[in-house]
Design a protein. Structure first.
Length: 81
């Protein structure tokens, strides 16, 4: 149903802004994960191993996050056709 809604939404006459939709999606997901981490850090047991290794973690996560954002943008852009 999400795919159908996105297909309906991403029409040139309704909402052709796939980059904005992707940005809002990524920002909201990141913010909610961060809030959940501050409220219940026990839900993120893998982050205990990463303390003091922020540069190493970012080196691995930044490319994955960038490719995921590109994938979201491309899939939302594809709905226009």
């Amino acid at each position: 149903s999400l795919i159908r809604f996105n297909k309906f939404l991403m029409h040139p006459d309704r909402f052709p802004y796939s980059m904005f939709l992707t940005s809002v999606h990524m920002f909201t997901s990141g913010l909610l994960c961060l809030l959940l981490y501050f409220v219940r850090p026990s839900l993120f047991p893998g982050l205990a191993n990463c303390e003091g290794k922020r540069d190493t973690v970012l080196k691995w996560i930044a490319p994955i996050a960038s490719l995921f954002a590109l994938s979201l943008y491309a899939s939302n852009q594809a709905y226009l056709y």
